[in-house]
Design a binder for this molecule. Structure first.
Ligand code: B1M
Length: 214
């Protein structure tokens, strides 16, 4: 195993074990050793969370283990952020992003926000458990794109509720709506009347640019 690979492997294992300080050290060491940010993200951090999800499904992990793994991953992501985000560029559009009502998962949403910020969008992060009215307010406040994330099959339906609220408030046509998150598909996006869908953070950037024609 090369130096890079063993560093990535140890980050992967420490995310699963929820060892936040070791994940931070590992990400710092991998950056210092010249590992590309995309590899640290995909091969170590995201791969580890996928494994955590599988262990949860097999009843080998419970919510507390998922939570400490998520915290460890978020710590690693924060260190990686400067590599994923370039600052000082003129905004190419305003995006308000949030995880829909009832849903507390924020890692994917944070990653999408980081990548969009890196691509030159101005980001307003509405947080998690975002009520439809908050998205409506963001649309009224001048956002060009509303980006909704959902990780639960039980909360993805709030994407439709939010789109309906935008229509009722008379602002649906003034804003582009993008949806994403593990259970969300292009077919679902079409079904709820979203303008765009992306399966991951980097294609979310491409989709948002396409929606705004930039
Ligand atoms: Co939860 N959880 N969780 N969880 N959790 C899942 C989602 C689950 C699939 C696990 C499983 O069973 N295998 C399952 C959902 C099942 C379902 O709905 N069918 C589940 C469950 C059941 C639950 C609870 C109900 C558990 C319980 O309490 N019994 C509970 C719900 C709480 C709530 O939200 N109300 C719960 C709680 C939690 C924690 C709080 C412990 C923690 C979240 C911590 C946090 O986010 N701060 C947690 C975690 C960590 C997970 C897993 C393990 C990992 C999620 C993650 O961060 N992935 C997850 C299993 C899994 O996904 N394998 C699971 C990494 C992240 C980078 O990926 O978020 O998919 P993801 O984002 C991707 C893409 O989806 C996409 O880009 C991102 C980067 O590529 N994307 C977008 C995301 N948003 C986008 C928006 C876009 C475009 C692309 O445009 C707008």
């Amino acid at each position: 195993m090369s130096d890079h690979e063993s560093l990535l492997q140890s980050i992967y294992e420490n995310v699963i074990a929820g060892q936040a300080p070791k994940v931070k050290e590992g990400v710092e060491a991998a950056i210092k050793a010249g590992a590309p940010g995309g590899e640290i993200l995909n091969k170590a951090l995201i791969a580890a969370m996928a494994e955590v999800g599988e262990r949860f499904e097999r009843n080998e992990f419970y919510v507390p283990e998922m939570l400490i793994a998520a915290r460890a991953m978020q710590g690693g992501l924060n260190i990686l952020k400067p590599l994923l985000v370039e600052s000082g560029i003129e905004p190419i559009g305003k995006v308000a992003i949030g995880t829909v009502k009832g849903d507390l998962h924020d890692i994917g949403k944070n990653l999408v926000a980081m990548m969009m910020e890196g691509a030159g969008f101005e980001i307003t992060d509405l947080g998690v458990d975002v009520a439809p009215e908050k998205f409506v307010e963001a649309a009224k406040g001048g956002a060009n794109v509303l980006a909704m994330s959902a990780l639960l099959t039980t909360t993805m339906t709030n994407m439709k509720t939010t789109i309906d609220a935008l229509t009722e408030a008379g602002v649906r046509s003034s804003v582009k709506v993008m949806v994403g998150g593990a259970p969300v598909t292009q077919a679902y996006a079409d079904q709820v009347g979203a303008d765009g869908y992306a399966p991951d953070a980097s294609s979310a950037v491409t989709a948002a640019k396409k929606l705004l024609g930039v």
